[in-house]
Ligand binder design. Structure first.
Ligand code: C6P
Length: 407
């Protein structure tokens, strides 16, 4: 297995080269957040040490440099997901804020009492709660697409749930707790046949597979920087320009206006209309740098390496007879969630930690997904291109020892 020079790439991540409780760190919690390459750390540091200033406001040199760097990142994001214009790229705090922006701005204007919002059983809470809040406010109804035992959306049920009452579909591209890659292009097509717009939650997709929003033809696409090797606190909402033009601002404040008087305020053009207040300038610059770094490796190379590593992890862990993988979709990315007979996932997570192995244990902010499988929680190993088969072997060995301890 080696479609990319994994050992060399690991050198780019300073945090990986340390010991935890005297054991070499094995970081398998990449779905929670990814580690940052030195180029990203340097870009953030360089911003603060050389051009720190506010953007879009100052006439002075530093402000212009910061504005250029900020807007260059927007261009990088636009190209990364193949949006047709930089006006379609809105910087937010992350996926959560991106979904909230759409639910609040698009939702309040277009969804009313008796209308339906369609999500799936495998949504992250941040693609459930904003819609529930909208339902509470407007009297709209939340409908949920069921999933099968493998953790795949049942398309026939989806088709049935698309009706004249459906006003938006909002679904996850890649599930964070099951790893399922949903057939989102087809799902968008099916919704569009009835003129229904679609939001895709790409929090677990953009770092693993090439995303082309024009090809997917989705209306909105949300993702977070910190899962994409960039800093925390920065994310993106892509929206089709025609929809964004019609939407009201999500928040009011500086930078999102053209003029303000006590009688009337006129809003700024896209994308600034949706970026009120001083943004996370360093975060945006870090995000642009992270994307450029990923592109230098190549998303296709990353995807094929991670696929091989996921297969290796699935095969290796499947050999442990007390272990049951939750989420066995035919199309999966980067996540192995599992339960082990008689041992609570939190105990597994804690005992793995003592071996220097970082995983996540819990419901992964997907409680309805856990309920669907009749379990309260799983242990989740989630991989990145910097993980190796040796990491998986360490995980399997530690799990076998834990099982022996409980026998
Ligand atoms: N999932 C995980 O460990 P934010 O917090 O806004 O960056 O991302 C929210 C979010 C939305 N959708 C999906 C599919 C996600 O996986 C996440 C974040 C992390 O799985 C933290 S709960």
């Amino acid at each position: 297995m080696n479609t990319l020079n994994n050992q060399l790439l690991r050198q780019d991540f300073p945090i990986l080269h340390q010991s935890i409780y005297g054991k070499p760190l094995v970081y398998l919690d990449n779905a929670a957040t990814t580690q940052k390459p030195q180029v990203v750390i340097d870009a953030v540091s360089r911003y603060y040490s050389t051009i720190n200033s506010n953007i879009h406001r100052g006439v002075h040199y530093l402000s212009q440099q910061a504005t250029d760097a900020y807007e260059t990142s927007r261009k990088t994001v636009q190209k990364f997901i193949n949006a047709s214009s930089i006006k379609e790229i809105i910087f937010t705090r992350g996926t959560t804020e991106s979904v909230n922006l759409v639910a609040s701005s698009y939702g309040k204007a277009n969804i009313g009492a008796g209308d339906e919002i369609l999500i799936s059983t495998m949504e992250h809470h941040s693609n459930i709660v904003p819609w529930q809040m909208l339902c509470e406010e407007t009297g709209a109804i939340l409908r949920v697409i069921p999933i099968n035992d493998a953790g795949e959306i049942i398309l026939e049920e989806y088709q049935k749930l698309l009706t004249d009452r459906t006003k938006i579909v909002s679904i996850v591209h890649v599930s964070n707790s099951l790893g399922t890659i949903n057939p989102v292009k087809l799902m968008v097509e099916m919704a569009h046949e009835r003129g229904i717009p679609v939001l895709l939650d790409g929090a677990q997709a953009v770092q693993h597979i090439s995303v082309d929003v024009q090809d997917l033809d989705c209306d909105f696409y949300a993702f977070s920087g910190h899962k994409l090797y960039a800093p925390t606190g920065i994310g993106v909402l892509y929206g089709k320009r025609a929809l964004l033009e019609k939407m009201k601002p999500y928040q009011g404040g500086g930078d999102m206006i053209l003029s303000v008087s006590f009688d009337k305020t006129t809003y700024n053009d896209l994308p600034h209309k949706f970026e009120a207040g001083t943004p996370d300038i360093a975060g945006v610059i870090g995000l642009g740098t992270a994307i450029t770094y990923l592109q230098s490796i190549g998303l296709d190379a990353i995807e094929s390496y991670e696929k091989e590593l996921l297969n290796y992890a699935t095969e290796t862990l499947s050999k442990i007879k007390q272990l049951h993988i939750i989420g066995t979709a035919s199309d999966k990315s980067s996540v192995v969630s599992f339960v082990i007979d008689g041992i609570h996932p939190h105990d597994i997570g804690t005992l793995l930690d003592r071996e220097g192995i970082a995983v996540r244990a819990g419901h992964h902010c997907t409680q309805p997904t856990m309920k669907r499988f009749g379990i309260p929680a799983t242990t989740r190993a989630s991989i990145s291109f910097y993980n190796t088969t040796a990491d998986i072997d360490s995980l399997a060995k530690a799990l076998k020892n834990i099982i022996t301890m409980f026998e």
